[in-house]
Design a protein around this ligand. Structure first.
Ligand code: NAD
Length: 491
C-alpha cells in the first residue's frame, strides 16, 4: 500500500533527523569509545525504521528513547512518556518499559533537548495525519463486477463529482466499467467520489469542459452544469458557456473518437408549461430574458447542438429531460424545495414556502434517475426522453411530509413567489416506459428518509468543523451513501 510505504519512509526520515539531533547532543558529553558509529546507526534505521529496537541492540547501541519504544506503541505515546518526565527522572514512565526508559543513556539528558522534543511532537502529528489519510483512501473498494475486455466500456462522465454524476459513477463502476470523471468542482466535490480514489477503473480529471479535452472513450454522459437556480444564476454567462461551448466540446470529442453521448437536459426546457403533464412533444414556454433563461435556453441550445451533430456528423446522441431529483449528496445550498425544507426542519427553523404553496412539483429519487440514464444510453432510442416521477405534490404537501418525518416544532411561513417559478411540473413518462421499460421505483417516503439521514449527518459534520474534515474513527461519510443497484425492474 502506498500509504504504508509513505509512512515507513516518512518515519525513517524523521528518525534519522531525530538521531542526528539526539545523538549529537548526547555524544557531545561522552567519551570516544562510548560513541557509536553514526553511519552504522543510520544504516540500521534505514533497514528497520522505528518499528524495531532489535537492530540498535545488535549494533551495540542503546540510544534514543523513541527508537526503543515497543513496536505496538505509537510515537505519540513516547512523546507523552518523555514529556511527563521533568528531566530529573522523578516522574519516569512505569510499566514494562520503565527500565528501558530509565536505563536509556539519553533519558535524562534528552529532556533538555528542545529539538528532540519538537521532533517527537512532529512524529506524533505525522502519525495522526497518516491515520487520517489512511481513512480517506479506503483499503477496500466496493465490489465491482468483472467485465471482460469486450464488454467493459470506457465511460466519461462530465460533472461526475456532482450530486447526480457521483451516483451515476457508482453505478457504472459497480457494473465493471472504467469511468473517467471530468469536473471543475464548481458545485461538485471530491468527497462525492472519494471512495473510488485509487481504484484501477476510476480516474478523476480536474477540467473545465468549456475547454476542449482529448481522451479516448466509448460513451459520454454530459452532466457538467450547475443545476439549481442559485448555482446557475451565480454566473449566468458561465452557465451558458458550459451548456453550449461545453456541449460542443463534448460532441466534438464524441465525433473524433466515435463515442455515444447522453446530454443531461432538463424539464426547464418546458419553462412555465401551458400543457400538463409535459410530454416530450411539447415545445415549451420559456422566457428568453428571465432570470432562469441562462439555464433554460442554454439547455435548449444544448439539445439543438446534440441533434445537429447527430444529423451533420453522425454522432449518436441521447437526450434525457430530467425532472426534479433528490437524494443523498445533494448540495447543502441547493436552494430547492427538498433540501431547503429538510435543512430548515432539522435546524428547527421555520419552513419557507415561496408563493401560495399550491404550486406543484414531482420529485424522483436519484437512483431511479440513474437507472433511467443508463437505460437510455444503452437503448436504440434517440429522441428526447422525460425522466421524472409523475407522483405530483403541492409544495404545502411536501412541507407537511418533511415536517412529519423530521419532527420538531418548525412552522410553515409564506413569502412572495419567485419570478418565473413554474406553477406546475409533472412529467409524462409514457415514452420512457415504452422505449426503455423504465419507471421510478423508490417511494417518496423512503427517499425522503434517506435524504433526511444524509442532511442530518452533513449538518453534524459542518457543526464539527467548517472544513471538509470528518471524524477519523468513522471514515469518509459518503461511503455510507453508495446506493445499491435497484434490484426491481419495471414492466
Ligand atoms: N438535480 C436535478 O434535479 C436536475 C434536474 C434537471 C437536470 N439536471 C441536470 O443534471 C446534471 C447534473 O445535475 P446535479 O444535480 O448533479 O448538479 P450538480 O451541481 O450537483 O453537479 C454538476 C456538476 O458539474 C460540474 N460542473 C459545472 N460546470 C462545469 C464545467 N464548466 N466543467 C466541468 N464541470 C462542471 C460541477 O462541479 C458539478 O460537479 C446537470 O446537467 C443538470 O442540469 C439535474
Amino acid at each position: 500500500m502506498i500509504i504504508t510505504k509513505m509512512k515507513k519512509l516518512l518515519l525513517a526520515v524523521v528518525a534519522i533527523l531525530l538521531i542526528s539531533a539526539g545523538f549529537g547532543t548526547w555524544t557531545s558529553g561522552r567519551s570516544q569509545e562510548q560513541q557509536v558509529d553514526a553511519n552504522e546507526l543510520r544504516q540500521n534505521v534505514r533497514v528497520s525504521p522505528l518499528t524495531s529496537s532489535r537492530s540498535f541492540r545488535a549494533s551495540g547501541t542503546n540510544l534514543a528513547p523513541v527508537l526503543l519504544r515497543p513496536k505496538s506503541a505509537p510515537a505519540s505515546e513516547a512523546v507523552n512518556l518523555i514529556l511527563k518526565d521533568d528531566g530529573r527522572g522523578k516522574d519516569s514512565p512505569g510499566g514494562d518499559n520503565a527500565d528501558v526508559w530509565m536505563k536509556s543513556p539519553i533519558s535524562s539528558n534528552s529532556l533538555q533537548n528542545n529539538s528532540l522534543r519538537e521532533a517527537l511532537y512532529r512524529i506524533s502529528e505525522l502519525e495522526n495525519r497518516l491515520k487520517e489519510m489512511e481513512y480517506k483512501v479506503p483499503k477496500k473498494y466496493p465490489d465491482v463486477v468483472f467485465l471482460n475486455y469486450k464488454d467493459r466500456k470506457r465511460i466519461m462522465v462530465t460533472g461526475g463529482a456532482g450530486f447526480v454524476g457521483s451516483h451515476l459513477v457508482d453505478r457504472l463502476l459497480l457494473e465493471g466499467h472504467e469511468v473517467i470523471v471530468v469536473d471543475n468542482f464548481f458545485t461538485g466535490r471530491k468527497l462525492n467520489v472519494i471512495h473510488w480514489m485509487g481504484h484501477q477503473n476510476f480516474e478523476l480529471i480536474h477540467h473545465d469542459i468549456v475547454n476542449p479535452l482529448f481522451i479516448e472513450v466509448d460513451q459520454i454522459y454530459h452532466l457538467a452544469s450547475p443545476a439549481s437556480p442559485p448555482h446557475y444564476m451565480f454566473n449566468p454567462v458561465k452557465t451558458i458557456k458550459t451548456n453550449t461551448i461545453g456541449t460542443i466540446n463534448v460532441l466534438g470529442l464524441a465525433k473524433r473518437v466515435g463515442a455515444r453521448v447522453l446530454i443531461a437536459s432538463t424539464s426547464e426546457v418546458y419553462g412555465d408549461p401551458e400543457v400538463h403533464p409535459q410530454k416530450e412533444t411539447y415545445w415549451g414556454h420559456v422566457n428568453p430574458i428571465g432570470p432562469r433563461a441562462c439555464y433554460d435556453e442554454a439547455k435548449r441550445v444544448s439539445e439543438t447542438l446534440a441533434y445537429s451533430y447527430q444529423k451533420q456528423e453522425s454522432v449518436p446522441v441521447r437526450v434525457a429531460r430530467i425532472f426534479n431529483t433528490y437524494g443523498p449528496r445533494m448540495h447543502m445550498n441547493d436552494g430547492r424545495v427538498v433540501s431547503n425544507f429538510i435543512i430548515q426542519a432539522l435546524q428547527g427553523e421555520d419552513i419557507t414556502v415561496y408563493g401560495s404553496g399550491k404550486q406543484t412539483r414531482s420529485f424522483q429519487y436519484v437512483t431511479d434517475l440513474v437507472d433511467g440514464l443508463v437505460k437510455l444510453m444503452n437503448s436504440n432510442y434517440s429522441l428526447p426522453v422525460n425522466l421524472g416521477n409523475p407522483d405530483e405534490h403541492t409544495i404545502d404537501e411536501f412541507a407537511t411530509i418533511i415536517l412529519g418525518m423530521v419532527g420538531g416544532s418548525s412552522r410553515v411561513v409564506y413569502k412572495d413567489a419567485v419570478e418565473d417559478d413554474p406553477q406546475r411540473r409533472r412529467p409524462d413518462i409514457t415514452r420512457a416506459n415504452e422505449q426503455l421499460n423504465w419507471a421510478p421505483l423508490v417511494p417518496l417516503s423512503r427517499g425522503i428518509q434517506k435524504t433526511v439521514k444524509y442532511f442530518r449527518e452533513e449538518l453534524e459534520r459542518s457543526a464539527d468543523s467548517q472544513k471538509n474534515t470528518y471524524n477519523v474513527e468513522n471514515g469518509p461519510p459518503t461511503q455510507n451513501y453508495i446506493e445499491e443497484r435497484p434490484l426491481l425492474t419495471t414492466n
